[in-house]
Structures are given as C-alpha cells and as structure tokens.
Design a protein around this ligand. Structure first.
Ligand SMILES: N=c1c2ncn([C@@H]3O[C@H](COP(=O)(O)OP(=O)(O)OP(=O)(O)O)[C@@H](O)[C@H]3O)c2ncn1[C@@H]1O[C@H](COP(=O)(O)O)[C@@H](O)[C@H]1O
Length: 111
C-alpha cells in the first residue's frame, strides 16, 4: 500500500464511486445495494447507529476501535449522501465556504 493509496481524499473518492456503482445492484450480493434499496430512512437510521457507536468508542479510548467505528461512520455517511442525491463535492463546497470562519463567529452571525 502506498501513501497515495491511503490519502483520505483519494480513499473517500474511491468509496463514493464504489457506492454509486452499487445503485441497482443485487441487494443479496451487495450490502451497499441493500442499504440504498431501503431509501433515505434506512440509510439515515444506519448512519445514526454508526455515529452513536463511534461516539461510544471515543469514550472507551481504544484507538483501534475508534478508527474502525469512524470508518463505519464515513462509509454510512457516503451511502446516506448518495441516497439523498448529495455528492462529497457538494459537502466539500460547504466546508470550503466555512474555512477561516470560527464556529463562534458563525453562531454570533445567526443571532
Ligand atoms: N467500507 C465499507 C463498509 N464499512 C462498513 N460496512 C458494513 O456496514 C455494516 C455495519 O453495520 P453493523 O456493524 O451494525 O453490522 P450488521 O449488524 O451486520 O449490520 P445490519 O445488518 O444491522 O445492517 C457491516 O455489515 C459492515 O460490513 C461496509 N460495507 C462496505 N464497505 C465498502 O463498500 C464496498 C462495497 O460493498 P458491497 O456493497 O457490500 O459490495 C466494499 O468493498 C467496501 O469498500
């Protein structure tokens, strides 16, 4: 495995492409296809469960467990975004817009 193979942007892009390619695949052969077939509700439920599991892992302090649960969260986030018609580029654009804006500053601007 090279450094480029594990570069987070490249990994997430490959995962997003794999998830998109599973649309319409057999739910028996593909776990992703089974989630997508369940629609936004099923994907959101699964994402929520994985997010809670990651939070519990963070409290445990076990670094391997945290990394594994975080990977589950990212996978389920990408599935949930796909079923909602949102791309990672859409999310990236929001993050870029926020760059340099403190959370405190952003919150104050809403009040
Ligand atoms: N990255 C992942 C990935 N991370 C987690 N998971 C699955 O997410 C599920 C996590 O849910 P749980 O821990 O609650 O396990 P579970 O109880 O078996 O799940 P449920 O029956 O409750 O849905 C497990 O089944 C994991 O295998 C993933 N499944 C697939 N991928 C990627 O998606 C690709 C395509 O997978 P398929 O669609 O299955 O071909 C794979 O090659 C991987 O790259």
């Amino acid at each position: 495995m090279t450094n480029k193979d594990v570069e987070i942007g490249a990994v997430l892009t490959r995962l997003e492409e794999t998830v998109a390619a599973r649309r319409g695949a057999s739910a028996d052969a593909s776990y992703t296809a089974s989630l997508l077939a369940g629609g936004p509700q099923k994907c959101a439920k699964k994402f929520g469960e994985e997010a809670v599991e990651a939070a519990l892992a963070a409290v445990s302090g076990d670094k391997t467990h945290i990394s594994e649960e975080a990977a589950d969260v990212l996978y389920h986030l990408i599935v949930m975004l796909n079923v909602s018609g949102i791309t990672m580029d859409d999310v990236a654009r929001v993050l870029v817009r926020r760059e340099g804006v403190s959370g405190h500053q952003e919150k104050a601007s809403r009040q």
